[in-house]
Design a binder for this molecule. Sequence first.
Ligand SMILES: *Cc1c(COP(=O)(O)O)cnc(C)c1O
Length: 390
Amino acid sequence: MDDKKQLARILNHLGEDREHYQRAVSPPIMQTSIFSFSSVDEMRKGLETEFETPFYTRGYNPTVAMLGKKIAALASAEMALVFASGSAAVSAAVISAVKAGDHVICVQKPYSWTFKLLTNLLSQFGVESTFIDGTALSHYEHAIQPNTTLIYLESPNSLTFELQDIEAVAQLAKKHNITTIIDNSYATPLYQKPLEMGIDMTVHSASKYLNGHSDIVAGVLCTSKVRGDQIFASELMTLGGIISPNDAWLMIRGLRTLELRLERSANNAEIIVPFLEAHPKVEKVLFPFSPNHPQYELAKKQMDGCGGLFSILLKADDIPAVERFCNSLEFFHIACSWGGYESLQFPVCALYDSLNYNNPELPWNMVRMYLGVEDAEVLKADLLQALNNI
Ligand SMILES: *Cc1c(COP(=O)(O)O)cnc(C)c1O
């Protein structure tokens, strides 16, 4: 009850200084790049608090700040920074934790552009990375080097849904004075609170559940005040990957229904995952809250909910059979991403340029499914007719 009260406060009231704008229920959009001063001395004072009061929108903007307050409170963080994309948030967080000569331990198969950041970009600046199977603590212990300064997690991973024991990794990292970052896009701050488990920074693609309407690209980084202030003054201001006031406003609007959307998506998964698991044309479903998931116990321990994103492996003879299934789905757009109001499918075979190729890590019969807020029976009937087309 207290949690629900707190959530209602955050989503509908926190940060909204309605006395300042004629008690409008929906806040105005401060669509301005600059703020003016009544005197030179006022400007001088303004410069001293450039990141906390209106001066220039790459630094502080009231609409963006309102959003940041809500995100921080949701994540139990002292501070949240908002970026123009999830990748901008990931990059700012990672760059803040490394310098030339440092070593990063990252889980296998992180989000594709996170992988490219570590392997293509940071390697040019003398930062080396090791990618490990993050499901056992011993793998981290073996990978730690004297120059390891960062452990990067993503739990669950958003394509094959492996988990990491967040609390255990955070403890190990603390012992070795290593910074920890987790990509928490899948669970959102509503269903998983890694900062409370000892992680230093969480990053999210807000393009997914947080905004929830597939109409903006955005990202957030949640952390302590000390770290947040440093990243604001350094990575955020110099790389400049800030969100626009207009997009921040859209995200504030999207957040109003975060709980509602997640619950609906999660309830749909509760109905549809067992249905798919029992269907003869489905070989396997990868979903952390399924009792068949190898890390089900861990998922239940560290996540309060799971949403509606999972992958299925079809019992199909060939890629054309998979394509028949995908093409005949009426209510699942064929698209990347997830976390909006609409159901989606991402067929892994679209990554294949040859019908004879197979990548055992991401096999051609895998389709990632996302359940939106449509009625479960509508989605189930759609899946059933499509499975019959295999
Ligand atoms: C989409 C995504 C990102 C990148 O976010 P963008 O908003 O697309 O830049 C990072 N991590 C995960 C897990 C994602 O799904």
